[in-house]
Design a protein. Structure first.
Lengths: 327, 556
């Protein structure tokens, strides 16, 4: 039996006039999971997030966190979620410690505990040395850390982070990744949006891909890769240019029209895309070896989240184009 | 006109929908003003009295319009580009700082000039009625309007280059112009009765920075503060022309000098805390700042009974921080004590009423200048900085947000009012019979402070940009407190006494001056009417503020 979901949306829909920002979104997250929420600009990610944190009312459907309804129990939701928007929202003339103290007091954390919470949040995000600095004097990366520290103050079980890695340099991005993994280890459930997909792929165990307000793919990273994988790309390393020519001919004969074979004599390599299964790949390799083609490597190119995302968005564009053509 | 900035600024300004709305509103006001004083029955007397009345009302309307509109765009012009990063692009282009400055200046003058052009039909109608001189009245009036626009643009641009956020630019520009246009008239008034020619000369030149004496002279009401009776009529206008051109020129040079690449050469604040410094530095700062007022002191956590929003507002607003607050209170105390000493030694032959008038003017000026700067950004700055959505995800209720924000301004205003109280003590020492009046004035001042606070806060909740909220707050409050006094200045000559009394009863400053029996206000008694007016407006503003905050905190 699976655990009770920490975050759940059921047929969540948001309509602005004739524009559907969110179309029957249903997702489910369990404790400690990190959801990578991806999609092009205007896909409906921020709308979903704002519904979850109680800033927007859905047109229909339900969203709940820890069993608490995000619309009717907006006050309780505030204690259950730590929200970091894509803009920092700083106050001038305020030091980091004062900034966190204000939000701590706003969440009614007793004074005695507040100092410890501030110190702990700053320590988790590696921002302890910034406590006395003025917020407006911080660099972008430092501000992102402070923003995460702010979301941790009231110790919520769910953290929703909108573009936490946006604008960070590579070193800061690595540090941010460690911070997020650390939070998941502490039992927090995280929803993270980002356009930096390789980064997201390294930290997320769940992925949701959205386009035009619709959920196109949702599941573990492996499941997503499986669901979007229509063609496999195989790369064969050979020992001479003759081998390349011979291998290309054999592959074309055996794989037929289902594969597109691309010989690269200068690299002594042949690449091909195929929809074939493991069996057909084994047969192709056997044929090459039988024809005494000298194969040094036969490998499948790994597809990443970026490929999956592009594949889904491409599919979406094709569907829209087909719809328009039909109309 | 090859300067690309001129084109961009002009087109940019004219494309804004609020500028179109402003032009329409301006035309409506001009039309209303002309209709108000246009001779009934289509008959005009040959002496030109009616034409003069229409001309006066129209000219004062244009002047007030120029004073309110002309500074708004230049005050935001450079600082807005600084914030968005486009100023760095401009400075990195082959355009020289002078070209950038003049581009901005000409662009800033575009809208006032368009507004002035829209007044030509009205002026022509006055001229056509007869009795109005083109050379001695119409042309000098337009010269004054143009110079007011130029002076405002020069001040606005200079301030805009110096500050780091748009709302500071707007409020500081209006504050400087308030000093130039109104407060610099006071020294002449103080020395007018003395026979010291040096004091008179200084007072007269200081008053010449304001366009009011020149306006009053052109319109034939020579009774106020400019000293034209001594030097002849022409010199009043000449002095104003010289003062405004010199001021605009000097500010222009300073602005061009500052508009260099080093404008951005500022280190980040290190945020070093006194507690972390060496024992010697720590001891020195604790003595100098009396420990509590040290800006680098590590502040304590927000207390269990404090409203967190109130504390946050103290910490983020300039006058909220105790060291800034104490500087301001110190200045108020010094001015107040200065007046007290002057009165005690009788060196300036102050009557209690004159002292009272000065005290009231001083306090109301402080309130009108400081309150919008503190309260016009209460909600709008949160919306502008996108920090409002952070407040929305906290469990803070709309009532606690509003209360915290209002209380933060109240504390500052209360301190300011208390700091100026010693002057009233002197008044009571001189004349104990003034006690009732002083109490009434103090109640009026308290209401004025609350009135300004509520109006600015209510305006703040309807804007997403602090600069706009600040500009509108200043425009409304300065229009009410200062603008309506223009009618008082022309009482009996340009405007009928009943019209002046009818308008003044809505001016809280006039009510306070009338209560204290200040010279020129002894005939009026409308303090109760004025209290009711302020209380009604405050009530409406409170409802608007609470409703809007509630609306802004609800899910969209």
């Amino acid at each position: 039996m699976s655990e009770a979901p920490v975050v759940e949306t059921v047929e969540l829909t948001k309509v602005y006039g004739e524009f559907t920002a969110l179309d029957h979104l249903s997702i489910r997250l369990e404790k400690g999971q990190i959801l990578g929420f991806i999609g092009p600009n205007g896909a409906g990610k921020t709308t979903t997030i704002k519904i979850l944190v109680g800033l927007i009312r859905p047109t229909s459907g339900k969203a709940s966190i820890g069993g608490v309804d995000c619309t009717s129990d907006a006050r309780k939701i505030k204690h259950l979620v730590g929200y970091m928007p894509d803009t920092f929202g700083s106050y001038d003339n305020m030091r980091v410690r004062e900034y966190l103290d204000f939000f701590g007091a706003a969440f009614k954390i007793p004074r005695k505990q507040r100092q410890d919470r501030i110190n702990a949040s700053l320590a988790i995000t590696g921002a302890s040395h910034m406590a006395d600095l003025y917020v407006e004097s911080l660099s972008h990366g430092m501000k992102q850390r402070v923003a995460i520290a702010r979301t941790l103050l009231h110790d919520p079980p769910v953290l929703i982070l909108d573009e936490p890695a946006n604008g960070l340099d590579p070193a800061a991005r690595v540090e941010m990744r460690e911070i997020l993994l650390n939070l998941a280890q502490r039992g927090k459930t995280l929803i993270v949006t980002s356009h930096i997909l390789p980064e997201l792929a390294r930290i997320c165990n769940m992925v949701a891909i959205m386009t035009h307000g619709k959920l196109r793919a949702f599941g573990t990273l492996d499941e997503i890769m499986q669901s979007v994988r229509h063609q496999r790309m195989i790369e064969i390393q050979l020992l001479s240019e003759e081998d390349v020519t011979q291998a290309a001919e054999i592959l074309r004969e055996n794989l037929g029209e289902t594969a597109s074979v691309t010989p690269a004599p200068s690299e002594m390599m042949v690449r091909f895309n195929t929809t074939g299964n493991e069996q057909s790949l084994a047969v192709a390799l056997q044929r090459l070896v039988s024809a005494q083609v000298r194969v040094s490597q036969f490998r499948e190119m790994q597809q990443d989240l970026e490929d999956a995302f592009l594949s889904v968005t491409q599919q979406d564009k094709t569907e829209i184009a087909a719809g328009e053509a039909q109309a | 006109m090859n300067n690309p900035i001129v084109r961009r600024e002009l087109i940019g300004a004219l494309r804004k929908p609020n500028v179109a709305a402003l032009e329409v509103a301006w035309l409506a006001v001009l039309a209303a003003v002309i209709v108000l004083r246009w001779p009934a029955g289509g008959r005009v007397n040959l002496a030109g009295t009616q034409a003069q009345q229409v001309l006066s009302l129209l000219s004062w309307t244009i002047l007030v319009g120029m004073m309110l509109v002309a500074p708004a765009f230049p005050a935001a012009s450079v600082v807005a580009e600084k914030r968005t990063g486009t100023l760095a692009l401009l400075l990195n282009s082959p355009l020289s700082p002078a070209a950038i400055y003049f581009g901005k200046l000409i662009g800033a003058l575009g809208l006032p000039i368009i507004l002035m052009l829209l007044t030509i039909p009205g002026m022509t109608a006055c001229f056509a009625m007869g009795g109005v001189s083109l050379v001695h009245q119409v042309l000098p009036l337009y010269l004054i309007f143009i110079l007011v626009a130029l002076e405002s643009a020069a001040v606005g641009l200079y301030v805009s280059i110096r500050v780091n956020d748009v709302d500071s630019g707007i409020r500081l520009t209006y504050a400087v112009l308030f000093v130039l246009d109104l407060l610099l008239l006071i020294p002449y008034r103080l020395v007018a009765d003395t026979q010291n020619p040096t004091f008179l000369l200084i007072g007269r030149w200081l008053a010449s920075f304001s366009p009011l004496p020149a306006m009053l002279h052109v319109l034939g009401a020579n009774s106020v503060h400019a000293g034209n009776s001594v030097n002849g009529g022409t010199s009043v206008i000449t002095r104003f022309v010289i003062c405004s051109l010199v001021l605009s020129g000097v500010l222009g040079l300073l602005s061009i000098q500052r508009l260099g690449q080093w404008l951005f050469d500022r280190p980040r604040a290190s945020g070093k805390i006194t507690d972390d410094r060496s024992t010697k530095v720590r001891a020195y700062r604790r003595i100098m700042y009396l420990w509590f007022f040290d800006p680098q002191r590590r502040s304590g956590l927000i207390g269990p009974f404090s409203n967190p929003v109130m504390v946050k507002e103290f910490r983020t607003s300039r006058f909220g921080r105790s060291h800034w607050m104490m500087r301001l209170v110190g200045i108020c105390l010094m001015v107040s004590l200065g007046l007290m000493l002057a009165a005690a030694y009788g060196s300036m032959s102050f009557q209690p009423q004159t002292l009272g008038e000065l005290m009231v003017m001083f306090q109301v000026t402080l309130i009108v200048l400081i309150t919008p700067s503190l309260s016009a950004g209460l909600i709008s700055s949160e919306l502008q900085n996108k920090s409002w959505q952070l407040l929305r995800v906290t469990p803070l209720s709309p009532a606690s947000i509003v209360l915290g924000k209002l209380l933060s301004v109240c504390r500052t205003l209360l301190l300011l009012l208390f700091a100026t109280l010693p002057g009233y003590a002197v008044m009571l020492v001189i004349d104990k019979g003034q006690a009732d009046r002083v109490i009434t004035v103090l109640i009026t001042l308290g209401l004025i402070a609350l009135f300004c606070l509520m109006v600015s806060s209510a305006i703040s909740s309807w804007f997403r940009k602090t600069a706009q909220a600040t500009a509108l707050s200043y425009a409304l409050l300065l229009g009410l407190f200062g603008g309506t006094l223009v009618f008082w200045a022309g009482r009996g000559t340009l405007f009928s006494l009943s019209l002046v009394a009818g308008i003044l009863k809505y001016n809280p400053l006039a009510a306070a001056l009338a209560t204290i029996h200040a010279p020129g206000f002894t005939d009026y008694n409308f303090v109760l009417t004025n209290w009711w007016f302020m209380l009604t407006v405050m009530g409406v503003a409170a409802v608007v503020l609470v409703f809007r905050t509630w609306q802004l905190t609800r899910p969209d």
